[in-house]
Write a protein that binds this ligand. Structure first.
Ligand code: TEU
Ligand code: CA
Length: 563
């Protein structure tokens, strides 16, 4: 396996709308990010993944792009962006931009043209079909509730939108469209960016004929993912994108890959014939949902540590020497990891550190989502009127108004799973609006900001922040953390997740108690060692303590070098 900068890096994801406002309009912006770069430098991150900052009507907060080569008004100007890039590079921080090319906004000039007439030159930049038997062309459900098709009166046809109706899918079968996308990507690379995070990149190729999905239950629309995920021409498109753009520079590319398996990941990210560096897979994000139904995302199902071990071990072992893992538990689409996988109450700090240790001791590139490094939690807004996310609002309307489900039940699902859990403003201090804005924030600030904020974390040596800072530093100082082989221990233990990493003679042992209980860790007999060196722990630990038998505290994490 070759050593590449993106294998040794830690990435920090910024969702600009909620990061830092600089002009008092209650919306985060580029100049706000510039004002916080020294904070990121202190944390020690190497790369920033910037969620979309392009011109957008913000139907899906920037994932609906109306001009791929200009900055959205709320975030600032292209000059502000140039300054942000320069200030990042001046600090040795690289910038990865979000590439959203499965769909555009319906306000993009291409779509404005496309919908004008059936023979418009841009008609085939999008996926138009006549209705069938007076209905949509097929029965696919949108990720944001309802049909994945929108009828357009002007030309008496429907257009496909896997997401919101203001996000028409681009037609990747059209080489003219593909070339326009490659041109745009090269334009950003020429400006000096260091890579792309690729939004729903495995959905670019749809099964010809766009067949109906199997009908499950009595809903009007159904999960059609088998016909638009990892479609028949995906490899061809990504191979062409690699040839036309990605091969041009030493960049980081990470593809968002809903439903991806390790086989898909090896195909797409192996260094011989792959086209991307790594994927965001979702198996560990599906442990508390039914992966084959979009609506069951909201069903409250407890995840199980044995499932987490099984999924992560498969990804660690199967990609060994054949691909590269991304490592994440949080992002702008997922609930806060400390609320979902840890404990956001009494054991919040310990469990946030445990989860950080888990992610940073695995093989792959860790991704930290803004606020994760201070243990920010889910929010529980009392009313649906406090929520902003289109996925959440559409789901509420479908479940409560269309399907008559009890609003309290639906709100419980929203409190657990809404994407807005990750989109409340970053909590910088205990002043008004947590220091995020001097104006009225676009979304409410989590009420726990007086206790959970950056200013408090920076002055507390035992904060999650300083623990994350140490985790990041350990990665830089210990090749075993980047390159070591992963071996699972105690496979059947239902409370402790333990594994080793081996790189030549260098071995580390991670011992993670994922519960509020106090289980006994017994070192398996096959692990020979003469001495131990404590590398990091989230509690005070006697470094000389014999590791053969340990009683662990709630959410206790320890990492040892075995000598
Ligand atoms: O998300 C892709 C996706 O599948 C989402 O539906 C996500 O899995 C789901 O919301 C989890 O609950 C990407 C972006 O990350 C997301 O923010 C966008 O809304 C979506 O694509 C459309 O661009
Ligand atoms: Ca602003």
């Amino acid at each position: 396996m070759t050593t590449k900068w993106w294998k040794e890096s830690v990435v920090y994801q910024i969702y600009p709308r909620s990061f830092q406002d600089s002009n008092g309009d209650g919306i985060g912006d580029l100049r706000g990010i510039i004002s916080r770069l020294d904070y990121l430098k202190e944390l020690g991150v190497d790369v920033v993944w910037l969620s979309p900052v392009y011109k957008s009507p913000n139907d899906d907060n920037g994932y609906d792009i109306s001009d791929y080569q200009d900055i959205m008004d709320e975030f600032g100007t292209l000059a502000d962006w140039e300054e942000l890039l320069a200030e990042m590079h001046a600090r040795g921080i690289r910038m990865v931009m979000d590439l959203v090319v499965n769909h555009s906004s319906d306000e993009h000039a291409w779509f404005v043209e496309s919908r004008k007439s059936k023979d418009n030159p841009y008609r085939d930049f999008y996926i138009w079909r006549p209705g069938k038997d007076g209905r949509e062309p097929n029965n696919w459900e949108s990720f944001f509730s309802g049909s994945a098709w929108q009828y357009d009166e002007a030309t008496d046809e429907y257009y496909l939108h896997l997401f919101s109706r203001k996000q028409p899918d681009l037609n990747w079968e059209n080489p003219a469209l593909r070339n326009k996308i490659y041109e745009m990507m090269r334009w950003w690379l020429d400006k000096g960016i260091d890579g792309f995070r690729m939004d729903v990149i495995t959905m670019l190729s749809k099964t010809p004929g766009l067949p109906d999905a199997p009908v499950i239950g009595d809903k009007p629309y159904h999960w059609g993912g088998q016909y638009f995920i990892h479609g028949p021409r995906l490899d061809e498109y990504l191979s062409e994108m690699h040839r036309e753009v990605l091969s041009r520079g030493d960049i980081l590319t990470v593809g968002e890959a809903v439903m991806a398996t390790t086989e898909h990941a090896i195909d797409l990210t192996n260094e011989e014939t792959g086209h991307l560096n790594m994927l965001f897979q979702f198996e560990h994000m599906d442990l508390d949902r039914d992966p084959h139904s979009m609506s069951a995302k909201w069903a409250l199902k407890r995840w199980d540590l044995l499932d987490l071990k099984q999924v992560m071990t498969r990804w660690q072992r199967n990609l060994e020497g054949k691909g590269w893992n991304s490592l994440y538990l949080s992002n702008h689409d997922q609930p806060r990891s400390v609320s979902r996988f840890g404990d956001d109450g009494y054991h919040r700090v310990a469990s946030a550190k445990l989860l950080g240790t888990f992610l940073h001791m695995l093989q792959g590139t860790p991704y930290i989502y803004q606020g994760e490094e201070i243990g920010m939690t889910n929010v529980r807004f009392p009313s649906i009127d406090d929520y902003r996310d289109i996925e959440t609002l559409n789901m509420y309307r479908e479940f409560v108004h269309d399907r008559g489900i009890d609003p309290a039940t639906v709100m419980a699902g929203i409190h657990a799973k809404s994407r807005d859990n990750a989109r409340t403003p970053v909590q910088w201090d205990d002043g008004p609006n947590a220091g995020f804005t001097t104006g009225k924030p676009w979304i409410g600030v989590n009420a726990n900001y007086p206790e959970i904020n950056v200013r408090a974390a920076l002055v507390d040596p035992n904060s999650v922040f300083h623990y994350y800072k140490k985790l990041i530093r350990l990665r830089k100082e210990n090749p075993v953390i980047v390159h070591g082989r992963y071996d699972l221990l105690l496979e059947a233990h239902t409370e402790i997740y333990a594994f080793t990493r081996t790189h030549g003679d260098d071995r580390l042992l991670a011992i993670l108690n994922f519960t509020a209980n106090q289980p006994v860790f017994a070192l398996p007999s096959g692990i020979a060692y003469s001495g131990t060196e404590l590398m990091i722990s989230n509690f005070e630990v006697d470094a000389a303590e014999d590791i053969a038998l340990l009683t662990l505290r709630p959410y206790e994490a320890r990492v040892y070098r075995l000598t």
